[in-house]
Design a protein around this ligand. Structure first.
Ligand SMILES: [Zn+2]
Length: 238
């Protein structure tokens, strides 16, 4: 549903334009028309899908018109095919978090390749051809391993540490304290407290003028062309 997403972003632009262009002139150059006060931010969710929690999260994101990015553990995909299809249909970005949540750092090249390819192949079979970006488990990969990665990689600039506190208020608060435009926020959609925290974060930041986009959209909005084998931590130009 890229089209729907684009329409949404255009609407955001249209509503923000009068603030910066009081003469009402229509600008021909769309990128130049992005008002400085529009703040984009990306929520990312690792370790899912999990039927109960991911379903609730998708419902909440849909109600709020917020997009997110999901880095899926391959061995959990088959039992949750309809959730993965729903992610794509509702404008979210779907990415790869290896097959078995393997620690890539220190693993041999064959294991790294197998962990990534098995999940990638399943995503292609369900969602079709595409570039399924990688989040290495624990955000860790060795410099020498990067050259065998044939997709862009994503870590984060804000860590909710939601898995540690398992406390919705605490996780939301830690993210809200650090929130800044172009941030990439790390959360996990396998805990009910994380879902509650994420929706609270969306509610608060949308009131502050933030627009929730996928990581791919965040980079594109900042004019960044994602490179294969490169790690992106935020939407800020490197
Ligand atoms: Zn993980």
């Amino acid at each position: 549903m890229w089209k729907r997403r684009l329409i949404f972003l255009c609407l955001v632009l249209l509503t923000a334009l009068p603030c910066t262009h009081s003469d009402g002139a229509i600008l021909a150059d769309a990128p130049a028309a992005i008002p400085a006060e529009t703040k984009y931010i990306a929520l990312t969710f690792d370790d899912g899908p999990r039927k109960s929690t991911t379903t609730k999260l998708l419902d909440g994101l849909r109600e709020r018109g917020a997009s997110a990015t999901f880095f899926l553990v391959g061995e959990q995909i088959e039992a949750n095919r309809e959730l993965v299809e729903r992610m794509k249909a509702e404008g979210h970005q779907v990415g790869n978090h290896t097959w078995s949540h393997a620690k890539l750092e220190g693993a041999d090249a064959g294991t790294v390749a197998w962990e990534i390819k098995k999940t990638n192949d399943l995503l292609v079979s369900i969602l079709g051809e595409g570039t399924y970006w990688l989040r290495p488990p624990y955000g860790r990969i060795q410099e020498a391993q990067k050259k065998q990665i044939t997709v862009p990689m994503v870590t984060w600039s804000i860590d909710s540490r939601d898995w540690e506190s398992l406390n919705a208020a605490k996780a939301a608060q830690s993210v809200l304290q650090e929130a800044h435009p172009n941030a990439i926020i790390l959360m996990h959609d396998i805990y009910p407290t994380s879902v509650e925290a994420a929706l609270k974060i969306v509610d608060v930041l949308q009131k502050e003028g933030y627009v929730f986009v996928t990581v791919e959209e965040l980079l594109a909005l900042n004019g960044i062309k994602p490179q294969l084998g490169v790690i992106y931590r935020s939407g800020d130009p490197l």
